[in-house]
Ligand binder design. Structure first.
Ligand SMILES: NC(=O)NCCC[C@H](N)C(=O)O
Length: 258
């Protein structure tokens, strides 16, 4: 049986200094964020995920967005190298944890840049956003790391949002979901479903028909319910102020045998 582990990293005291690129800055409330993070972690555990906490990186305001630091394929971890230099110190603690969990570890190297938030995995296909945080060398290194393991890497131009997964994620049946004004190149995806709210375009697949999603997207939650899914809703307002979404607060390790 593969284990169901999810990496998480608690927000630090400098959270409100996190990067903001495509939206107007609104001050995040650090205390409220800590409570929202705890509820997010609890939702993962309630639905069968063992949470593994990476040591905090309190000097790094964006460290809570742990998804950006690593891309997993099977039991191989590709440690990212962010296009945002201020985020590069976040990876050391993550590398230590994935190595301890028995993953093979590889790294994106200069001149490559890549953020985990740019990689959307659907089956054996890895869609990778080429945008502000991930460059062409990063895309090439992703291919070199995972194509020999059977992955198909599809590069997608990303222009108007921070990461590919700020715009699109996927339902359990592989249907890509996104919000019209945010999507860049939907024709690259097979099945595409428009959702009524921008923050509804991010879901974390918890297993079965359960979809972890943001409280800020009630119409999208109703749409998913109508399609036979069960939304599990968490309030992540303070992370959304920093361009985070529901995917970016964890990294699920689905193919570890331990
Ligand atoms: N994967 C994600 O959606 N990450 C969100 C990162 C937000 C952070 N403030 C950043 O700009 O890097």
């Amino acid at each position: 049986m593969p284990s169901k582990k999810a990496l998480i990293r608690r927000p630090g005291p400098r959270l409100a200094e996190g990067l903001v690129t495509h939206i107007q800055r609104e001050r995040a409330d650090v205390e409220l964020a800590a409570g929202q993070w705890a509820a997010y972690a609890e939702a993962l555990r309630t639905h069968g995920w063992e949470t593994v906490e990476v040591d905090p990186a309190d000097d790094c305001p964006d460290a809570v967005f742990v998804e950006d630091t690593v891309v997993m394929y099977r039991n191989v971890a590709l440690i990212a190298r962010s296009g945002a230099a201020s985020r590069r110190d976040e990876t050391a603690g993550v590398e230590e944890v994935v190595a301890r969990l028995g993953c093979s570890v590889n790294r994106v190297r200069e001149p490559g840049t890549l953020d985990g938030g740019d990689v959307l995995k659907i089956g054996n296909t890895l869609y990778v956003g080429r945008g502000g945080r991930t460059n062409a060398a990063g895309v090439r290194q992703l291919r070199a790391a995972f194509e020999p393991l059977g992955a198909r890497v599809v590069a997608v131009p990303v222009g108007t949002v921070l990461h590919l997964k700020s715009a699109v994620t996927a339902l359990p049946d592989g249907t890509v979901i996104g919000h019209m004004p945010l999507r860049d190149t939907p024709s690259l995806f097979g099945r595409f479903l428009h959702v009524p709210e921008a923050s509804g375009s991010a879901v974390v697949l918890l297993g079965g028909d359960k979809l972890l999603m943001a409280a800020g997207a009630p119409k999208t939650a109703a749409l998913f319910t109508d399609l036979g899914y069960t939304p599990v809703v968490v309030d992540i307002s303070e992370f959304e102020k920093l361009e985070g979404c529901v995917t970016c607060l964890s990294v699920r390790l689905r193919e570890l045998y331990a």
